[in-house]
Design a protein around this ligand. Sequence first.
Ligand code: EPU
Length: 433
Amino acid sequence: MATYRYEIAGSVLSGRVEIGGAKNAVLPILAATLLNKGTSYIYNVPDLSDIDVAIEILKAFNCNVSHENHSVVVDASDAMYTNIPQELTSKCRATLAFLGASLGRFGEADIAFPGGCVLGPRPVNMHIEALHALGLEVNEDNTIHVQGKLLDSVLQLSYPSVGVTENILIMAAASHHTIIIKNAAREPEIVNLCKYLTETGANIDGAGTSTIVIKGRDMIECQAHITVIPDRIEAATYITAGVMTGRDVEVAKCNPRDIRRLLTILRKMGCEINVSEDTVHVIKGLLDKQLNTPLYIVAKPYPAFPTDMQPLIMPLLCLIASEYSPSILADTVFPYRYMLAEELSKMGAKIHKRTGAAVITGLERIGTCRFTASRNLISHDLRGGAALILASLATEPGTVSNVYDEGYIKRGYENISEKFSQIGGNVSVKLLK
Ligand code: EPU
């Protein structure tokens, strides 16, 4: 496994940065291209290692795939059935979407158990339950093997799982029958997937709400075009960095509507933020204003505050909370997603972890809103790794921190060092082995 060392100097950010396409939207769309016997054109695709994994899987299905200039073209006309091996599924949880895609295209799927970031237990029980509820034949051994045909069904999910909703939508798009998904996930990435499936002939009502009705069609051969939505988590990363250690930071080519919960919280803290159609402009943050500590932030499924932003806001809370004005950061989606707390404590943060929540009481060093630089920070997952970069940028100018990362950050952030450099952030990255 490759290890990268990020070297980050305390910085003051200002200027304009552009956001790329959403990783978590592209991955299920790439899987769904397997259903189109023609060619799919996907635009605004970020250059990320998780995308490379999905492309490898499409190639294993004998699809012809090119990825250039942020566009991916998939020709699945000669696709052939294959088992998806562990060496690919272990790299990325989203590979599970190929279960629905293979089932939709070939009436059968065989996929090794998926990997992904270490955020605590990540079982697949809800996927399996949904497959059973749809009357499919499921065998679990070293792999998940599924076969059968969908019939008209109403599927009541016990939890609005993003991955389960995507998987069912993809398999249903290739069936003649009507599937109603109740308690469906409502994330913007689901809406983007539905747009692609509609483009290839599926009839979908209710995308973005908790009841989605999908009626599929025969396997079709068409030229399908889809533009990937802006990555709301990447946008949140640069906005939060701007609040922590910037003035006049413009985060462009994003969709402010998809991040309104974050913006509401930041404004309540006292940040000065302007929003236009596709830009969020952080005018004044912590460097220019005394910010208020939010007492309680809880991550829940969309449209609530997202779990993927939970680690990103943690360092900001450390800079403004105190013993007298603490902040509680709870996560109902991934209650064990707090490995970052130990790393931030190396930088002087005071965080008390509980299951499902962290109580943040500020910094050891009173009277500062800057972390202490550390040469020994370990990134344990994608968003936690990005959060350590934010914390390192918010150290005293002239001090340097190192973040050691086993490729997590490149799974979800294209050119993070270049993008921070564009706005005055001193971040360089070196491949160690
Ligand atoms: N869960 C189960 N059983 C299942 C499926 C999920 O217990 O069969 C649990 C999970 O363990 C978790 C919760 O349900 O506690 C939510 O899981 P969900 O299925 O909604 O998440 P996912 O599809 O695995 C996607 C994103 C994650 C993001 C979550 C929640 C992709 C590729 N991944 O994961 O993104 O955190 O939704 O919004 O879309 C990231 O980008 O850093 C990332 C982790």
